[in-house]
Design a protein around this ligand. Sequence first.
Ligand code: GLN
Length: 306
Amino acid sequence: MNELSIDEVLAEVAVLVKPHFGKGRVPDYIPQLATVPGAKFGMAVRTVDGGEHVIGDADEGFSVQSITKVLSLGLALNRIGDEVWTRVGKEPSGTPFNHLSLLEAEGGFPRNPFINAGALAVTDILLDKVRDPAALVSGFAGFLADGPVAIDEAVAASELDNAWQNRAIANLMRGKGTVRHDPEAVVAAYCRQCALSMSCRQLARAFLPLAAGGFSPVVEETIFPERLTRRLNALLLTCGIYDSVGSFAYRVGLPAKSGVGGGIVAVVPGKATVAVWSPELDRFGTSVVGASALEAFSQLTNCSVL
Ligand code: GLN
């Protein structure tokens, strides 16, 4: 049995990750993200029984980027149901998150909802139901986090100005029929959704339904049916960290989602959520310090699901 309290674990994690600063790079393909100091580090744990534990820059908002793809997928599945799976798959891609060639080879059908192609397809699906999917996702995030969540319009504009690869993906899918709205509108909505600014504390709260069988102990409401929660966690475990998901599972052993803003959220089913932020990324777009922090956390608490 582990003797350390969660606060002691976080303090030890903060020491253990120190040698990993400077190993990754802050991304510059979204120029606004390049302005964030690389040495930031925050971590938050929210337990299903109401505990909340933070360390470092855990209350500083950062660009959560692809972590929002879990929220948009959850909304789409809640509203539209299994029909979502006629437009996007459930398999790991083995390719970078913004890759095109596999998509083309497979008739414009994205491998999973977390690569950009799949998330763009989910945005397109949400556009069938609402005019402003980014507002829907930010409202959902704020509701789950029990506090306001804003879209950072400077980050959104900065990504949209440079979103040539995502435009190519959306146009390819429009040609194949997996995207049905104007590709430019889909990319614009997607960039705004990715530009949500949240803190580690907010992320840990917002993802808690995935650790609590679909119920949010934060807002005391059922958010997802229990079966859907298990399915979302399965997708996170197999597709949440793109083409390094295998080594992440090997190291950490938890369902998780990364974003190029340097955030990672991990789910300990039945127990807790853990959100970490540190902006320097590896070549797969995952926070170097964040992944090391989750590896240390998982080992110190023995919470791997595997
Ligand atoms: N908005 C980013 C992009 O499309 C999201 C990528 C990510 O966080 N992995 O490139």
